[in-house]
Design a protein around this ligand. Sequence first.
Ligand SMILES: *[C@@H]1O[C@H](CO)[C@@H](O)[C@H](O)[C@H]1NC(C)=O
Ligand SMILES: *[C@@H]1O[C@H](CO)[C@@H](O)[C@H](O)[C@H]1NC(C)=O
Ligand SMILES: *[C@@H]1O[C@H](CO)[C@@H](O)[C@H](O)[C@H]1NC(C)=O
Ligand SMILES: *[C@@H]1O[C@H](CO)[C@@H](O)[C@H](O)[C@H]1NC(C)=O
Ligand SMILES: *[C@@H]1O[C@H](CO)[C@@H](O)[C@H](O)[C@H]1NC(C)=O
Length: 200
Amino acid sequence: MENPKIALLLAIACLLTATATATAAGAGETSWIQTFCRGNKSTTKLHFYVHDVRAGPNATLFNVANSSITATSPTAFGRVNVFDDSVTVAPDITSEEVARAQGTTTSMDLNVQAYSMNLNFFLTSGEFNGSTVTVIGRNQFADEERELSVATGSKAFRDARGYAITKTVSFEEATNYSVLEYTIYVKTSKRCSYVASASS
Ligand SMILES: *[C@@H]1O[C@H](CO)[C@@H](O)[C@H](O)[C@H]1NC(C)=O
Ligand SMILES: *[C@@H]1O[C@H](CO)[C@@H](O)[C@H](O)[C@H]1NC(C)=O
Ligand SMILES: *[C@@H]1O[C@H](CO)[C@@H](O)[C@H](O)[C@H]1NC(C)=O
Ligand SMILES: *[C@@H]1O[C@H](CO)[C@@H](O)[C@H](O)[C@H]1NC(C)=O
Ligand SMILES: *[C@@H]1O[C@H](CO)[C@@H](O)[C@H](O)[C@H]1NC(C)=O
């Protein structure tokens, strides 16, 4: 059993860490990545924008396969796309890139437009540069807000669990360009004491 005094000190250390991270980005502005404590587990919140460009010279998403019924299906059933999308801190594609969103979507609902997602966020910046967060789930993309699952991750996010909320921010028909907002909560098995010492 844990010493209650140590537990209290850990809790205080966590609170201080959360405050320090939250204020680091400056007044009124929140960082795209924040780590804090929930219970005694470390949780990282990621907030950023994915740029899904399907046509034109800067396309990052490509169609790789169709099923025998895709062409006649109202939901493009069986279509598989592969993507390597830029992930930035703001909705503007020219804002700072902090990750790539890499994976595949498969249209897998016969009645409603929806994707089965295999989405790996590969962080290319910040204290967890090089780590990945793996998001999977059912994405009924006409819904304003969709919830997906964080299944696991690598390095800083090894054995992670959590969830992601995504919304379509804008859509430009000429290049089939969508901007998607993602807010992700990633819980790892790391104790808060680790977070407190790692960020000091
Ligand atoms: C902290 O973690 C331990 C297991 O590592 C668990 O038994 C305990 O209930 C947790 N405490 C809180 C406040 O979440
Ligand atoms: C493609 O990307 C380049 C470099 O970022 C940019 O200058 C150009 O405007 C983009 N083209 C389109 C059609 O978005
Ligand atoms: C899939 O079908 C669409 C039309 O529905 C077509 O534009 C596309 O080229 C096809 N993709 C492949 C990989 O055959
Ligand atoms: C992220 O890590 C890669 C590989 O170690 C390195 O080349 C790159 O400069 C790092 N990026 C930042 C923003 O720290
Ligand atoms: C955009 O996507 C739709 C549906 O997949 C397709 O019919 C259309 O040709 C695409 N437009 C461009 C410019 O590729």
